[in-house]
Write a protein that binds this ligand. Structure first.
Ligand code: GAL
Length: 383
């Protein structure tokens, strides 16, 4: 048993979540409730802290697959090996299943050791029977300059995943919601950054045009499969200043060319997404690297917009100004319940970054919010 201590607070105990059948056909009544994690060390069956960061959990036939960034540990010379996988049937005891997308000791390969893979997300495509992984990919030796989206596939959720390609997004194509007038508007590449005029030309698409030929930048990202089975890639673009949402094709391995810009110049990162009662919500972070900041909330009636950023912070109470010292990575839905999965980054030892999972609640107007749980189940690992 990796998790030695299960603390039950309040009356909710081991209540089972939800009662809807999911797409995989698993009986959601049988699925466990998502535990609350408050940043403790979380030991897997190898007695090591779960090394899966910026990740997500996929449920298939009652098994939970937790994919994330493998990061090195504090051992000298330790470095990222790729995307790690942990599995569980109770969301509490996690088995380390190793690296499912491996970085390679192969000079010049896009996945050469020393490149970066961040925020991997996996979705299942029922039409092709493939598990499709997308990730933020930075090439070796280029810092965060490449800003590419990588894609890999597997026949099983356990992997290994086979790398297909890595590139910027939708080269040569304008976003749907950039007007004809803006497309034709001249812009000045020399303009001093962060001035009013510079923001103004950015909002009118200067960076979209700058990157048009090679494709749009793609950094922090998530994936979302809509009710009709269409999948979308949501990513920080335009030097992290603007989110973009790009439709994927029926195989989920290519962009179709349809995409929109969201909150131009709004500096949103770490997009997480949920749909509740027909409204689409995004909880994002601001842009301060590994340091936590206040979350933001955006809403839309459909995934392709129009998106509006709401005033204020969806996190409430003490610690809200830093989203409880975290940055979101994914919103996990089980039955009718949503959980905000987040990373409490430790930039000095990224592998030791902690996991914080807190329930998403809805206020009387239907807006989602985040609050530190008081009366719920909390899982901790033995110190
Ligand atoms: C954060 C981002 C992380 C990582 C980090 C690097 O803003 O969310 O995924 O890229 O910057 O500084």
């Amino acid at each position: 048993m990796n998790i030695k201590k299960l603390i039950m607070m309040g009356a909710s105990g081991l209540l089972l979540a939800g009662c809807h059948a999911n797409k995989s056909g698993a009986d959601q009544n049988a699925l466990p409730e998502m535990p609350v994690l408050l940043g403790e060390t979380l030991l897997a069956d190898d007695s090591l802290h779960v090394n899966a960061h910026g990740g997500m959990i996929l449920e298939k036939d009652g098994i939970f697959y937790w994919y994330g960034e493998h990061r090195g540990d504090s051992t000298p010379g330790s470095m990222q090996q790729g995307v790690s996988l942990y599995t569980s049937d109770d969301l509490r005891n996690w088995k380390n299943r190793g690296i499912v997308l491996q970085l390679l000791d192969s000079v010049g390969h896009p996945l050469e050791l020393g490149c970066k893979i961040e925020r991997p997300k996996v979705i299942y495509n029922p039409a092709t029977g493939k598990y499709v992984m997308w990730f933020h990919h930075e090439l070796k030796g280029r810092g965060y300059g490449a800003a590419q989206a990588g894609v890999a596939v597997s026949d099983t959720p356990e992997g290994p995943f086979t790398f297909i390609k890595s590139a910027r997004v939708n080269p040569g194509i304008y976003p749907e919601n950039l007007s004809e007038e803006d497309r034709n508007l001249a812009w000045d590449p020399q303009m001093e950054w962060w001035t009013e005029e510079w923001y103004d030309q950015l909002r009118h698409g200067s960076f979209v045009k700058r990157d048009l030929e090679g494709g749009q930048m793609a950094r922090d990202m998530t994936l979302y499969v809509d009710k009709d089975g269409k999948a979308y890639h949501i990513y920080s673009s335009e030097d992290n200043l603007t989110l973009q949402i790009a439709e994927l094709d029926s195989t989920y391995t290519n962009h179709t060319g349809r995409y929109i810009r969201v909150a131009p110049g709004g500096h949103n990162e770490a997009p997480t997404l949920l749909e509740h009662d027909g409204t689409y919500w995004m909880i994002t972070s601001g842009c301060t690297g590994w340091a936590p900041n206040a979350a933001r909330l955006l809403r839309a009636d459909s995934i392709m917009g129009e998106w509006t950023q709401l005033e204020g912070n969806p996190a409430k109470g003490e610690g809200a100004e830093t989203t409880f010292d975290t940055q979101g990575t994914y919103i996990m839905k089980i039955g009718d319940n949503f959980t905000f999965m987040a990373d409490r980054w430790n930039p000095k030892n990224l592998g030791d970054s902690r996991h914080v999972w807190i329930p998403v609640k809805f206020d009387e107007t239907g807006n989602p919010y985040l609050e530190m749980p008081t009366d719920t189940e909390v899982v901790t690992a033995e110190p």
